[in-house]
Design a protein around this ligand. Structure first.
Ligand SMILES: C[S@@+](CC[C@H](N)C(=O)[O-])C[C@H]1O[C@@H](n2cnc3c(N)ncnc32)[C@H](O)[C@@H]1O
Length: 199
């Protein structure tokens, strides 16, 4: 499992190039449309990266964007609209009160964060009852059991870059988070859009 120090190092190298390689504008728009944000709502973006989601968030929404990597956050701050708050924070141990947000975004974070189960549980914890969480990520299809060789290859890829060796159903079950899946729709390649509601 990659450590936080390794993740910081990896994204220090990635930060200057990230926006040229990872775009997904249509998918970001779709995910945020599904989140159905209303004026005045409080939104937390966990693992916000370079802030590529920010142009798709309605301006009347109050945004806190957090990431572990100071280099990714620096890129995000550089082109964000005024009023957005940024904080360096570990998505596996959010320094935020319970139930303090109406909505949360986890875009391409569960695939890279060392412990996706804790990350999902933390996102659920900071949502108020009835709050919504948008996940956009690539997952192994449910029930797919890769053989040892494929698992080893995916594990290596996971360590240096990113991979698809995680299953959303398993992450959700293991998190024991009070979340109900409202939307689960296919997106490009192995990517999916999910909306989960905090019960
Ligand atoms: C693949 S990038 C996705 C960035 C952004 N969400 C996007 O959609 O473009 C993964 C991001 O997760 C962040 N990350 C990884 N581990 C983290 C952690 N423990 N806490 C917070 N952010 C983390 C990385 O620094 C990186 O910015």
């Amino acid at each position: 499992m990659p450590s936080n120090a390794w993740i910081r190092f990896r994204y220090k190298l990635w930060a200057p190039h990230y926006d040229r390689v990872t775009r997904f504008p249509r998918e970001r728009r779709r995910s945020i449309e599904l989140l159905d944000l209303e004026a005045g709502e409080r939104l937390v973006i966990v693992g916000c990266g370079t802030g590529a989601d920010l142009p798709f968030v309605p301006p009347e929404v109050q945004v806190l964007a957090v990431d572990l990597s100071p280099d990714m956050l620096r890129q995000a701050r550089a082109h964000a609209r005024p009023g957005i708050e940024f904080r360096e924070m570990d998505g596996m141990a959010l320094d935020l009160p319970d139930g303090s947000f109406d909505a949360a975004i986890l875009h391409m974070v569960l695939e890279v964060i060392p412990d996706p189960v804790r990350c999902l549980a933390e996102a659920a914890r900071v949502l108020r009852p009835g709050g919504r969480l948008a996940v956009f990520d690539k997952f192994l299809p449910e029930g797919d059991r890769p053989g040892p060789l494929r698992r080893a290859a995916l594990g290596l890829l996971d360590f240096v870059f990113t991979s698809t060796n995680r299953q959303m159903g398993e992450i959700l079950a293991r998190s024991r988070a009070p979340l109900e899946v409202e939307v689960d729709e296919p997106s490009v390649a192995a990517y999916r859009h999910l909306i989960l509601r905090r019960v």
